[in-house]
Design a binder for this molecule. Structure first.
Ligand code: AMP
Length: 290
């Protein structure tokens, strides 16, 4: 496995893969790799001959300087995990390499050309993290243009991000197939996240209320509850009951468009964001009617 930092180097490598008529799959990450990322590499492997994984903590998608600064960076360890997972090439550029003219988290007064996310970025994380998805689609578009993969793999863990990227790819006609992978969880149910490294044992204990509450909601829907506002109330109360969580949002939306709904007809998506201490965690599940 090779690791490169320059756009020109990654382009050379892609050209080499292409000269051997290999299909290229791409897995974008911000590093601090865990089994969730590894599952996406396995999906990428199934779809292609060569797998490129990027590691880039994208400053343009952070709207809190503290969050950006405290985001875990574990490159050496990541390279070992990437190699063991069967990655062929890691692209780990510097901020200067991807944004030579600088970046801004807010979409007003940008330094460089950028992409604005479509309407799936409204609400949910888009509401509480203004500009976040513009930063996401900008870096993903940039990486797609550099690598030009046949396939790119994203996790359902960041469910809104997945839908926003699907929208971007469709509307801007990126010739990339988007593949999604299910959420990988720890044995106790907590969705794996690089941010889990920042949780104290007590914060982690409180965080477990998130998957438990989501599962409870799934069961309520299976047992016949369809009313979105009632479900949201129960979920909110259960999360707050943990004593250590501060709920950012609880939403039940159309599974694809993320539009608001009042009643669950067939299938919907329940998405939650909550702080355990200073760590913002997100999780989601499918709600389906039996
Ligand atoms: P991140 O490094 O957090 O930006 O995530 C990189 C990719 O890994 C995104 O497509 C995420 O949705 C995906 N991902 C993160 N956590 C998980 C998980 N627990 N299970 C599956 N995919 C994940």
């Amino acid at each position: 496995m090779k690791c490169v930092e320059k756009v020109s180097e990654v382009r050379e490598m892609v050209e080499e893969f292409r000269s051997k008529r290999q299909r290229v799959a791409f897995v974008p990450t911000m590093g601090a790799l865990h089994a969730g990322h590894v599952s996406l590499v396995s999906l990428a492997r199934e779809k292609s001959d060569s797998v490129i994984l990027s590691i880039f903590v994208n400053p343009a998608q952070f709207n809190s300087p503290n969050d950006l600064e405290s985001y875990p960076r574990t490159l050496e360890d990541d390279l070992k995990k990437a190699e063991a997972a069967g990655v062929d090439l890691v692209f780990a550029p510097s901020v200067q390499e991807l944004y030579p003219k600088g970046y801004r988290a807010e979409s007003r007064a940008p330094f460089s050309t950028r992409i604005l996310a479509g309407d799936r970025s409204l609400g949910l994380c888009g509401e509480t993290r203004p500009g976040h998805f513009d930063g996401v689609v900008t870096v993903v578009g940039l990486l797609f243009n550099i690598i030009q993969p046949d396939t790119a793999v994203f996790g359902e863990k960041d469910y809104q991000q997945l839908q926003v990227i699907q929208q971007m790819v469709r509307e801007l006609h990126f010739p990339v197939e988007i593949v999604s992978g299910p959420i990988v969880r720890d044995e106790d149910g907590l969705a794996l996240s690089s941010r889990n490294l920042l949780l104290s044992p007590e914060e982690r204990f409180h965080a477990l209320y998130i998957p438990r509450t989501l599962q409870h909601a799934q069961e309520m829907v299976l047992e016949g509850e369809r009313r979105v506002s009632y479900l949201k109330e129960i979920i909110f109360d259960n999360l707050e009951k943990s004593g250590g969580l501060k709920v950012d949002y609880v939403e039940i939306v159309h599974a694809e468009t993320l539009a608001s709904i009042e009643v669950i007809e067939k299938e919907a998506r329940l998405l939650v964001a909550a702080f355990s201490g200073d760590v913002r965690l997100i999780d989601n599940v499918s709600l389906s009617v039996r």
